[in-house]
Design a protein around this ligand. Structure first.
Ligand code: VAH
Length: 316
């Protein structure tokens, strides 16, 4: 039985549905601090504050959970508004999961890291798997510390925890949760609703990005890979595409010729500047066969088509 923590989030909501397709819905328990919406409610659900270790333990016992996908976290932009809370939630929740995984001999754990573990002194082009990591956001610091804890619990206690350093994840089915890369989600909503978008990052801000379907595929792939193939127990670099606000706006204009973009960088510009432009993910590709499917053009047409349908459907 699988437990998804943070199932109502941008990644969690789509990943839970994908896992239910594979393992059938009654084998995937969704949990979050808030009630589920839409299809997510069509399966086992528990309200859970993952900071509460005994509540988490009760759910593991109640459903005889054997695998946990721990996706709950405060993301980069939101974390800078309340650093202490972001650190407490991101770190204590992971330690709760790792402790229980060890004590209850859970089969496998998934925990996402991020390109946010890299910082201003990290080589920014084709950032290697092993390199200087000096994150300067609370979110990035918590993800770097989390990677160290994952490797520690694997080496010392044999906990089979697996992790990916996600780039910016771009999807349209769920609201984003306060990230810096979420301009690339907002731009599609504004393009369809207002015909114009004011970007909070400057026009040439390149960032590593990935369409949500690719991120879900990578997550399922690493969790289904044979244990011996997983050589990296901190977190794997994975990559798909890198683009700037100017480039994604240009791609949208191919479909919506009247779409316009303006630029008004805010505090999130300095966060984006501290992150790489592109990532070297050769280990993931060679060790467990990672391969992305969506380039910028395919992602843009997929999202515009899907979002139009969603908005028409919501309009009723
Ligand atoms: C954020 N979407 O912006 C997340 C992600 C690499 C970016 O970690 O905080």
């Amino acid at each position: 039985k699988i437990l998804v923590i943070g199932a109502c989030g941008q990644l969690g909501s789509e990943l839970t549905l994908a896992l239910r397709d594979i393992h059938s819905k009654n084998n995937v328990v969704a949990s979050d601090v808030r009630e589920p919406e839409g299809d997510l409610a069509d399966g086992p659900f528990e309200i859970l504050n993952v900071m509460n270790k005994s509540d988490l333990e009760n759910i593991i016992d109640k459903y005889s959970i054997t695998q946990i996908y721990h996706l709950a976290a405060i993301l980069s932009a939101k974390g800078e508004k309340d650093p202490k809370f972001a650190w407490d939630l991101n770190m204590n929740s992971l330690l709760n999961v790792l402790e229980l995984a060890r004590d209850k001999k859970l089969e496998k754990i998934y925990w996402p890291s991020s390109i946010a573990v890299f910082g201003p002194n990290t080589p920014s082009k084709n950032t290697p798997q092993h390199t200087v990591m000096d994150p300067n956001t609370v979110y990035g610091i918590s993800k770097l510390a989390g990677e160290r804890w994952c490797e520690y619990y694997f080496e010392k206690y044999g906990v089979d925890v697996r992790s990916l350093r996600y780039p910016g994840l771009i999807g349209y089915k769920a609201k984003p949760g306060g990230g810096t890369t979420d301009y690339a989600v907002d731009i599609f909503h504004k393009a369809l609703e207002d015909g114009t978008y004011e970007s909070f990052l400057s026009e040439d801000t390149y960032l590593p990005m990935m369409y949500m379907d690719d991120a879900i595929k990578a997550t399922i792939n690493i969790m289904e890979a044979d244990k011996e193939k997983i050589k990296i127990r901190s977190s794997y670099n994975i990559a798909a595409i890198s683009f700037s606000p100017k480039e994604i706006a240009g791609e949208i204009m191919k479909h919506l010729p009247n779409f316009s973009i303006t630029y008004n960088p805010d505090f999130r510009q300095s966060i984006a500047n501290s992150w790489p432009d592109s990532i070297d993910d050769s280990e993931a590709r060679s060790q467990w066969g990672w391969q992305h499917q969506f380039d910028l053009s395919k992602m843009t047409s997929t999202i515009l088509t899907g979002l139009k349908e969603l908005l028409n459907h919501q309009a009723g």
